[in-house]
Design a protein around this ligand. Structure first.
Ligand code: SF4
Ligand code: SF4
Length: 393
């Protein structure tokens, strides 16, 4: 029988708490079997992207807290986590500014690959991957179960940034260049730094400004140097330079990028027993770029709610099906790109085949695209009904 994917639509047309999106998430968590998935006493990773300075359209803490509470109710010990994207202590400051703290989320926020981005466990990748091994973030590697909270949006690499991207790039270490098992190897072939074309460079210096670790040195009108030993191969500078004419490029094809991403996701997920990872996709604030960038543009499609399931391919397929049916929003990057009707808005904006990683993932056995969509319209009322009037003010 096809796997079940739960969908809580974003619209709320009844003005009672049970019909709110947080309440619908409670219902999703009840029905998706968190209590059966979590073994009492085990550490459970709550994996999400904590955003960037300027990229504020991430998953709101109110939803993270609901997940944390469900894990605690099941007897698990939750921790909220992501891998370092900028150095760890600075990233924790960004997370706090974006609203993620122990107080708001109800659990500690930790860097899964350590504050230096070097705490990893080597896990082999499959044939066809760009490297033989990847360094899975140690806190994720050793966790007993994981709930993957993904803010769905666009991405310069695969076109659509969803759960596979979140698990792959967000589940591996940032800085282990010497060992050759870090995230950078998934972003560029043979770990080469961004390539510079002096003929196209305007020396605007925007790439140097956006680099989070000052890896770019520019001598105005003369030279630009990417410091190979410092550069994380994050691609921010390449993204910025697109707008200036494309003097910087990351040496990797769409196919190799997608294949490496899926192989990394498989490596991360291979560290969990079957049925120990739940995927929650938030189709909210669907902005056109990754939350790694230093801005968040306005959404290109209306909120579509939350999808949940135990099969990553099914959840991602359901996500893209919903997004394919969503019309583009005016006054957004979709309008800038001349997209006037529904259908793969993110793929057309980023000029990528957004289903390609799903095809690889299904072929590699990460899951199946076939699924049964179940709509959650509201939270089931408790047996005692509404709380007493004095508690409803
Ligand atoms: S952003 Fe591009 S054009 Fe501007 S300085 Fe950097 S490489 Fe040159
Ligand atoms: S890819 Fe570009 S922005 Fe990222 S670390 Fe390297 S030089 Fe800096």
């Amino acid at each position: 029988m096809a796997t079940e994917v739960l969908h809580a639509p974003a619209r709320c047309t009844t003005w009672e708490y049970e019909w709110s999106l947080p309440a619908k998430l409670e219902e999703i968590l009840r029905r998706s079997g968190v209590s059966a998935m979590v073994t009492p006493g085990e550490y459970v990773a709550v994996k999400l992207h904590l955003g960037s300075e300027g990229a504020f359209r991430t998953i709101r803490p109110v939803f993270v807290r609901k997940v944390v509470e469900a894990i605690r109710s099941a007897g698990g010990i939750p921790f909220v986590t992501d891998t370092t994207r900028i150095p760890g202590l600075e990233y924790l400051e960004v997370a706090a500014a974006n609203g993620y703290s122990h107080l708001t989320c109800g659990a500690p926020i930790i860097m899964a690959d350590g504050i230096f981005g070097r705490d990893v466990v080597r896990v082999p990748l499959g044939e066809g991957a760009p490297v033989a091994e990847m360094g899975v973030a140690s806190a994720i590697y050793h966790a007993g179960a994981m709930v993957v909270l993904t803010h769905c949006k666009g991405h310069i690499g695969p076109g659509y940034g969803g759960a596979i991207k979140n698990v792959a790039f967000g589940g591996v270490g940032r800085r282990t260049q010497d060992d050759g098992v870090n995230r950078g190897h998934l972003h560029s072939v043979e770990n080469l730094p961004p390539a510079w074309n002096p003929r196209l460079c305007t020396f605007c210096e925007r790439c140097a400004a956006v680099c989070p670790i000052n890896a770019i040195e520019i001598e105005k009108t003369v030279s630009l140097k990417v410091n190979e030993g410092v550069c994380d191969r994050c691609g921010r500078c390449v993204r910025i330079c697109h707008e200036e004419g494309g003097a910087l490029s990351m040496p990797i094809s769409e196919e190799v990028f997608a294949r490496g991403m899926v192989e990394a996701a498989r490596a991360v997920l291979s560290t969990f027993a079957a049925g120990k990872v739940l995927y929650l996709n938030f189709l909210q604030e669907l902005q056109p770029e990754c939350d790694c960038m230093p801005v968040a543009d306005v959404p290109v499609m209306q909120d579509q709610g939350i999808l949940a399931g135990l099969d990553i391919v099914a959840v991602e397929t359901a996500t893209l099906d919903l997004l394919d049916a969503a019309p583009p929003l005016p006054q957004s990057k979709a309008e800038d790109a001349g997209i006037g009707e529904a259908g793969d808005v993110l793929g057309r904006i980023n000029q990528r085949r957004t289903r390609l990683p799903l095809e690889y993932a299904a072929a590699l056995g990460l899951g199946e695209s076939a699924h049964r969509l179940v709509t959650i319209h509201s939270k089931r009322r408790s047996k005692v009904g509404k709380p007493p009037r004095e508690h409803r003010r």
